[in-house]
Design a protein around this ligand. Structure first.
Ligand SMILES: [Zn+2]
Length: 83
């Protein structure tokens, strides 16, 4: 059961937390109870994932450096080399 208390969500998890639904619910709980001012949408046009920017300078652009970050760095490199 989820309850809103002030500006925070509180969730009282059921006893059985096995399986993929429980893992997703726990991740959603972590997101909803975290500081949403750090929530950002990935800079990749085809991605759209939302992540928490916990970087020291709060200047993270991609949801993952290895996925969207790498793909966009490669795309930019190819665009520069064609000129
Ligand atoms: Zn992304």
């Amino acid at each position: 059961m989820t309850q809103r208390a002030g500006d925070r969500w509180r969730w009282h998890p059921p006893a059985d937390l096995t399986g993929p639904r429980a893992a997703i619910a726990l991740l959603a709980h972590d997101l909803l109870t975290s500081d949403l001012r750090a929530a950002r949408q990935c800079g990749d046009d085809a991605c759209g994932w939302v992540y928490l920017d916990t970087s020291p300078r709060h200047n993270r652009i991609w949801c993952t450096a290895a996925g969207c970050g790498n793909r966009n760095r490669v795309k930019r490199h190819h665009a520069r080399s064609r000129v």
